[in-house]
Design a protein around this ligand. Structure first.
Ligand code: NI
Length: 138
């Protein structure tokens, strides 16, 4: 673990009160940990904006009875097999499937994969959780 450095932060009282309420809500035990997470989140956003090597998780909800849908989901994943680390398919109920796709690669490629999958007709919900390979954010 890296050396810890202390530094002082000046904030307007109302802003600090809102920050404390926010972190209480999110169940942080102290301001330092909340601040560290905010900083890391911004660094992850920077990685994505700058097109670096990133990691992310794409989740899809779809009805597997929809015609040709599963074939399209599979075809798309084969087109992007270089950035896909793993895919998990969960049968939620009689109709609905949840698919979780872990991806790592250039930010643009991971974003294009997420866009290609979530825009397939019949996908009811799709999200991309943008994360980091962990190398750049300490
Ligand atoms: Ni299924």
């Amino acid at each position: 673990m890296s050396e810890l450095v202390r530094f002082g932060v000046s904030l307007e009282k109302p802003l600090l009160e809102r920050f404390d309420a926010l972190i209480r809500n999110r169940q942080y035990t102290n301001r330092s940990e909340a601040l560290r997470d905010l900083i890391r989140r911004e660094l992850v956003r920077k990685e994505w904006r700058e097109g670096g090597e990133v990691a992310g998780a794409i989740t899809l909800i779809y009805d597997h009875h929809t015609r040709d849908l599963m074939a399209k989901v599979t075809d798309t994943q084969h087109d992007f097999q270089k950035v896909i680390i793993s895919t998990q398919h969960i049968h939620l109920d009689h109709r609905n499937c949840l698919e979780i796709i872990a991806a790592r690669g250039k930010a643009d490629d991971v974003q294009r994969l997420a866009d290609a999958l979530t825009s397939i007709k019949g996908v009811r919900h799709g999200t991309l959780s943008m994360s980091s390979t962990g190398r750049e954010i300490g």
